[in-house]
Design a protein around this ligand. Structure first.
Ligand code: SF4
Ligand code: SF4
Length: 761
């Protein structure tokens, strides 16, 4: 937190900087001098470089940072960017009262990617109870004008949210409505700063007025469907991730004052004069030296750094003793529960009394299918998958939702082209032989074909994507043994019937009349007659499969839509190569069952097909998944089942998480954030990091299982993947790029990781 300006243009009577115990601001320069900015930036860069940090968060703060003006702020931002970005991603934030915000400043913040939080206490009466100018005038209109500027589409990316300090004399519903009207991405509700020496205002005999007040606001928020993120309520839920005010995460904030002093979190200024001081400054002391200061170190100890009352508290993992400053009492220092302890206990109780939030859910319809599963129990589903693997029932749920998405795409194709004979046949089969339709539509490469068709902008003709519905209908009819006849388009010289095989005959043209009789497939002119269950006939290339525990695995090297992996797929394998790959896959499956039975159950529950990738001597070991092809993974045909087992487990993690991301937003959309990770040279978007940590967690679990049986090198591999996963999880949590559901999911991954680590000790 960089205090770029130590004075303010407002005179709020609840301000901890000027109105509370600490008065050190009086001896500091109003503006942070350029040499101090430079020294601060270099210190931050030095720390990022020394610790290989993926991201550094810098909050421009005050007093009021906008008093620096656009030119002054530009110099600070440029200095920070120049010094830090060679070493780490720079996440820039600002906390302001908004009074001076104008269009020029908004453009500057967009240019530098600064996300701006505005202090605003609600409706006019609530805001002006404290947030006024020195002459007593209202700031309400000024702040609302600033919020309107940030809401504009061209500035919206810089709108971080609202910081609202509550006062129990205000009407919580009016405060809620005033906040909601500003359409903030996130709201931070703050309890007014208080200590045991200076307890909070309690207007009546009720023991928990703050919990009562927040409870009313919480009820209204829940009744409205949680239309905005309110961090306090989200953080207090089980696995909510915590904030500076709640939870047991190590404190990760240091303050650089306008004179270059290193200080602890500045809410400490409420405790006593000089409470936040460390005696260090950016000119002579590194971050590591400050981190060893006892006041900072004690806040790295989690529950061990709390008082005996908090350590014994049943909700300590969520409350964490409340904000550090609120524990102060002369005589016992910070070794106390929060002065808001009773309110916090009751508030957690209140939050627990409501069902868990349902993350924003994209809609998908399942026309006529009746297969859309009951609304998924979101927390349960995410918590189950965050164990690293997920249960069979969760896998069944994911598979069902994927099937439903495929059905929705099928209906969209029908809507685009109008009802056809193929559609009518599918509808009929769905009534008389639903299992056959389900088996075809669940094939991993049906959805890529439908998407290809829907995204094709070419007009009907040779360049257009073929209509996939006739082949789907014929495949379902053949499986059901229901007589049917359709004209089926030819793609890449073949008619491919998903799950069954491809008909590859010379002279098929652009389409061919195909007739199904029980056990027979006949192409126009009677040129081919075959039984798909009989030995292969001329021109018929059946899809081969491999027996594995729990069913049969398709070796998919014929479906034309398997080319969705962004890398070349192998052409149809010769028989010896197909048999060899089949043996490796079957053995690899047994290895997964041996090493990580929980992952094996997840594989059994959903993996249907493996696609061989084209060999590449430069990269002999490759694997891939595709978001639209749930149920399949692609691998290079590697001969070693132990290696293949790791590839399967790794890629199946991506497939599962892709299916989850089809349902729920775990990452805030379009923030443009990039995160450095140890397994890639280039910074990655948050979703890529999330995919990476989920896959690496599973690989860690495989190697740890092998290490337990003293397999050579297994411990080293386990430690390597554990370190990668841990770094990725920490970087994600620090990036503030996750939704509430995402934070919950990654928070649980961290727990799984800890269990993994403990298990290996
Ligand atoms: S705007 Fe912020 S820094 Fe300024 S007086 Fe108010 S609370 Fe203090
Ligand atoms: S402050 Fe109170 S509610 Fe919070 S952890 Fe301590 S004892 Fe529990």
């Amino acid at each position: 937190m960089l205090k770029v300006h130590s004075r303010c243009d407002l005179s709020c009577d609840h301000c901890y900087v000027y109105q509370h115990a600490d008065q050190t601001w009086r001896g500091r320069p109003p503006r942070m001098p350029p040499a101090t900015v430079q020294a601060a930036a270099r210190r931050i860069a030095e720390h990022a470089r020394g610790h290989d940090l993926p991201t550094v968060h810098v909050v421009l703060h005050g007093g009021e940072p906008l008093l620096l003006g656009a030119a002054g702020l530009r110099k600070v931002l440029a200095e920070l960017r120049t010094a830090i970005t060679p070493w780490a991603r720079l996440d820039l934030r600002m906390q302001t009262n908004g009074v001076l915000l104008d269009e020029e400043l908004c453009r500057l913040f967009i240019e530098y990617g600064v996300r701006v939080g505005v202090s605003f206490d609600g409706d006019r009466a609530a805001n002006d109870r404290h947030r006024v100018f020195a002459h007593g005038g209202s700031s309400h209109d000024h702040v609302r004008r600033a919020l309107a500027l940030l809401r504009r589409p061209e500035h919206r990316a810089s709108y971080a949210g609202i910081l609202c300090t509550i006062d129990v004399r205000n009407d919580p519903e009016r405060v809620y409505e005033a906040l909601l009207a500003e359409d903030p991405p996130r709201v931070d509700l703050l309890l007014p700063h208080a200590t045991w020496d200076h307890p909070p205002h309690r207007p009546g005999p009720e023991p928990t007025p703050y919990a009562d007040w927040l409870g009313r606001l919480h009820r209204r928020w829940v009744d409205d469907g949680r239309p905005m993120s309110i961090r306090m309520f989200e953080a207090l839920r089980p696995g909510g991730g915590g904030t500076e005010a709640f939870g047991l995460a190590p404190a990760d904030v240091l303050v650089i004052e306008a004179d270059g002093s290193w200080e602890q979190v500045d809410s400490l200024k409420t405790a006593y004069h000089g409470a936040a001081g460390t005696g260090f400054d950016v000119f002579d002391h590194s971050v590591d030296e400050v981190a060893r200061h006892p006041g900072v170190a004690v806040r790295q100890e989690g529950v061990a750094g709390l008082c005996a009352t908090c350590r014994a508290c049943p909700v300590v993992d969520r409350c964490g003793g409340g904000l550090y400053a609120h524990r102060w009492r002369t005589g016992t220092g910070f070794d106390n529960p929060s002065v808001y302890c009773a309110d916090l206990l009751r508030l957690i109780d209140t939050v627990d009394g409501y069902p868990p939030p349902v993350p924003r859910q994209r809609t998908a319809t399942a026309p006529g299918s009746g297969e859309w599963p009951a609304t998924p129990p979101v927390d349960e589903l995410l918590d189950d998958l965050a164990t690293g693997h997920g249960s069979a029932s969760t896998l069944a749920l994911l598979a069902a939702t994927q099937l439903s998405i495929t059905r929705a795409l099928l209906a969209a194709c029908r809507d685009a082209a109008g009802a056809t004979a193929a559609w009518d046949l599918l509808v009929h089969l769905d009534q008389v032989a639903p299992e056959a339709v389900r088996a075809v539509l669940a094939h991993p490469f049906v959805r890529p074909g439908l998407v290809h068709r829907l995204e094709s902008s070419a007009p009907p003709g040779p360049g257009a994507a073929v209509d996939p519905l006739p082949a789907l209908a014929i495949a379902a009819a053949l499986r059901a043994g229901v007589p049917a006849a359709l004209r089926v388009p030819v793609r890449a010289g073949a008619i491919t019937l998903p799950t069954l095989g491809s008909l590859l005959l010379p002279g098929l043209g652009e389409s061919a009349e195909v007739t199904v009789r029980p056990g027979e497939l006949q192409v126009a002119g009677g040129s081919v007659l075959l039984d798909p269950l009989a030995p292969p006939s001329t021109g018929w290339l059946p899809t081969r499969d491999v027996p594995v525990p729990g069913g049969r695995l398709l070796l998919e090297d014929g479906d034309p839509y398997r080319d969705c992996y962004g890398q070349p797929v192998a052409p149809r394998l010769e028989v010896p190569a197909a048999r060899a790959l089949g043996r490796t896959l079957a053995e690899a499956w047994r290895v997964v069952h041996r090493d990580v039975p929980a992952h094996a159950a997840a594989l059994d529950g959903g993996l249907r097909a493996v696609v061989p990738l084209a060999p590449d001597p430069a990269r002999p070991l490759r694997s891939a998944t595709a978001r639209h092809a749930f149920g399949a993974v692609a691998v290079t045909p590697h001969a070693d089942p132990e290696t293949m087992a790791v590839l399967l487990v790794h890629e199946w993690q991506h497939a599962k998480l892709g299916a989850v991301l089809d349902l729920y937003d775990l990452v805030e959309p379009a923030q443009g954030i990039r995160i450095r990770v140890p397994w890639r040279p280039d910074p990655r978007p948050p979703e890529g990091v999330l995919q990476g940590v989920y896959a690496h967690l599973a690989v860690t679990q495989v190697w740890q299982s092998r290490a337990a049986t003293d397999r050579p090198d297994a411990s080293a591999h386990a430690a390597h993947f554990l370190a990668w996963t841990r770094d990725g999880v920490d970087a994600l949590l620090a990036s503030r790029s996750l939704t509430a559901a995402g934070e919950r999911f990654v928070g649980h991954l961290r727990h799984a990781l800890e269990e993994t680590r403990v298990g290996s000790a």
